[in-house]
Design a protein around this ligand. Structure first.
Ligand code: COA
Length: 335
């Protein structure tokens, strides 16, 4: 018989590098302007991790430390750490291992998960399974990306979009099943791979003078097909998860969308029948931080959330990957 217990979020924490890259700064670097960026994307500024000694795992370690402080637990209490990222410190060891070492989570095992902008949802679903099946007690799921390490700051079509940041959650069991993850729909279609990718450095195109010359170590994106697929798929899957659970727009307290483009967010909210005041949006401050966008929203909004509220988390990203998770919030606002 399957267990009724669910995986509930019992702590949430984010970390953002202090340095800001504004639209005005970008105007000095490429042929763009503040007006174009704001009207086409909704972004005003983004954070950049400038310290050359720091990487994705350092941001994950900060998140783990923050989660421990909030929950009043030790890092050694954590059983598993899953890091969603497309900017691992290196191919191996995994970012999860490096971050656990830095944060002192010496009893945890862990791994990296690559699903681009849907990474946090894939990881949340995966981590949730280890809680709901009762094999693990404390699972940390973090989305962390140092996008500035793979962005070509001479390419105006991509460099205005991305920023650096990390955020994550602690998952623990709710034995009643009344809060926590209620349902998830995750999808992928590798046919979309060619429209958003980083080709260099892997086994197909190992790093070489030629791969660098061809700029394969940077993100390349064909924005229009990605935009079209994102608008339809993210809206469809968000609607589907509501429909199959008998939820209407009025039942949803918050839509927590991936922050890639304000126009994609609006299309999703419209399809769901959710009004703008119930949509978490912070894209103007951070841009697209890839796997970190959704938990960064949860972190910033946590004091406005109350137990039992219905949240729909939705994302679309490279792969293509996309999906939606319905969860019931479990935490009380901080006093
Ligand atoms: C990238 C994106 C913002 C571009 O917006 P768009 O409305 O599709 O714009 P287009 O690509 O059609 O370009 C329109 C024009 O603006 C120009 N342009 C592109 N980037 C520009 C910039 N930063 N500043 C000024 N002009 C720019 C283009 O060159 C093009 O000019 P042209 O008509 O002379 O060729 C949009 O396609 C998008 O958000 N795509 C999805 C991105 C995404 O979600 N990626 C992450 C996965 S979740």
């Amino acid at each position: 018989m399957s267990s009724p217990q669910t995986a509930a979020i019992t702590a949430v924490h984010g970390w953002l590098p202090p340095d800001i890259l504004s639209n005005a700064d970008l105007e000095k670097m490429v042929d763009t302007n503040d007006e174009w960026i704001r009207t086409r994307t909704g972004i005003s500024e983004r954070r950049i991790l400038k310290d050359p000694e720091k990487a994705t795992s350092d941001m994950v370690a900060k998140v783990i430390e923050g989660l421990c402080e909030q929950r009043g637990m030790k890092a050694t209490d954590i059983d598993l750490v899953i890091v969603a990222t497309v900017t691992p410190d290196m191919f191996f060891p995994s970012t999860a291992q490096l971050a656990c070492h830095k944060a002192g989570a010496s009893n945890a095992w862990g791994f990296d998960l690559s699903a681009a902008c849907s990474g946090f949802l894939y990881a949340l679903r995966t981590g949730g399974q280890f809680i709901s099946n009762g094999t693990h007690k404390k699972v940390v799921v973090v989305g962390s990306d140092k996008m500035s390490s793979i962005v070509d700051y001479t390419d105006r079509t991509t460099c205005v979009l991305f920023g650096d940041g990390a955020a994550g959650v602690l998952l623990e069991a709710d034995p009643t099943g009344e809060t926590g993850i209620q349902d998830a729909i995750l999808r992928s279609d590798g046919a979309g791979g060619e429209y958003l990718r980083m080709q260099g450095g892997g086994s197909l195109n190992p790093a070489s003078a030629a791969s660098i010359e061809a700029k394969m170590h940077y993100i390349e994106q064909d924005g229009r097909p990605v935009f079209k697929a994102a608008v339809t798929s993210m809206a469809d899957v968000s609607y589907e998860i509501m429909e199959r659970n008998g939820l209407t727009g009025d039942d949803i307290s918050w839509l927590v969308p991936h922050q890639a483009n304000l126009r994609i967010i609006d299309a999703t909210a419209n399809r769901m029948g959710v009004t703008r005041d119930k949509v978490m949006i912070n894209i103007e401050k951070y841009g697209n931080t890839t796997a970190a966008t959704i938990p960064l929203c949860l972190w910033e909004w946590q004091n406005r959330l109350t137990p039992g509220e219905n949240l729909i988390l939705s994302a679309f990203g490279g792969g293509f990957t996309w999906g939606s998770i319905w969860l019931k919030w479990a935490m009380s606002p901080k006093a």
